[in-house]
Design a protein around this ligand. Structure first.
Ligand code: DXP
Ligand SMILES: NCC(=O)COP(=O)(O)O
Length: 237
């Protein structure tokens, strides 16, 4: 079974546009769960342009499914994660000024940093995942730094899917097989949508979880949040 974790960053983007509390991020998380989401993902960024650190503390009080916090492991982020103790943290090497996540970890170059950080978080009883490109060498490096899971960065897959699905999925299938052989759990995310999700799922049999935000919230404008979550869940059957 592949779990759907809804990334609610874009709900916070909308709220922040007016400075009030509409839409309410905590209520949105509860509703996503009520509508079938099996997890809630947030990716607080240092400028708090969408999810704020305060939201993460508030969400911890209500999220009843799997809470996944993604982000660059700066000292502030590490402290937040240690305070909140989510079920899963996903480490992402995004620059503070990046519009969105734009690369996976170089697990060889950052081996010492990742090893130490992952150990620190695992000691808190938190499952750790790291964001990686679909590259077998990077997956081997991920196994060496002690992570529980990897999250395959799917932007390249999403970009290539329409012109050549087979070509787009090939490196992901290889990377996933390598991860499976090394005993790593496999998550995936970034730019997944109603068009490309089923093919990804069908080709990565061990896929434990997808986190989806941007496209899902856009779809919800047209189909409503409940229907949209059901549509995504259907792609994962
Ligand atoms: C790691 C990843 O792919 C997502 O967390 C994505 O970066 C969402 O972040 P934004 O909502 O800031 O684009
Ligand atoms: N980890 C990926 C994520 O949380 C959502 O990414 P996107 O669907 O907003 O591109």
């Amino acid at each position: 079974m592949t779990k759907l974790s809804v990334n609610i960053n874009k709900i916070a983007t909308l709220r922040n546009a007016r400075g009030g509390d509409r839409p309410n991020v905590v209520q949105a998380a509860k509703d996503c769960e009520r509508f079938g989401a099996q997890g809630i993902t947030v990716h607080p960024r240092p400028d708090e342009r969408h999810i704020r650190y305060r939201d993460v503390y508030d969400l911890k009080e209500v999220v009843a499914t799997e809470f996944n916090i993604e982000g660059n492991p700066t000292p502030d982020f590490i402290q937040l994660v240690k305070d909140v103790k989510p079920e899963q943290v996903t480490l992402v090497p995004d620059a503070p000024d990046a519009i969105t996540s734009n690369a996976g970890w170089d697990t060889i170059k950052h081996k010492d940093f990742l090893t130490q950080t992952i150990l620190e978080l695992k000691e808190q009883g938190i499952r750790v995942s790291i964001f990686v490109d679909p590259d077998e060498g990077m997956v081997e490096g991920a196994a060496l730094v002690g992570t529980d899971r990897i999250e395959l960065y799917t932007e390249a897959y999403a970009k290539g899917y329409h012109s050549s699905p087979g070509q787009a999925i090939a490196p992901y299938a290889k990377a996933a097989l390598k991860a499976q052989q090394l005993g790593l759990g496999i998550n995936a995310g970034h730019d997944l949508d109603l068009d490309n999700l089923k093919y990804l799922k069908n080709n990565l049999p061990e896929l434990a979880e997808v986190s989806i935000g941007h496209a899902l919230i856009c779809d919800a404008l047209y189909f409503g949040l409940e229907n949209t979550i059901q549509l995504y869940l259907r792609q994962l059957k």
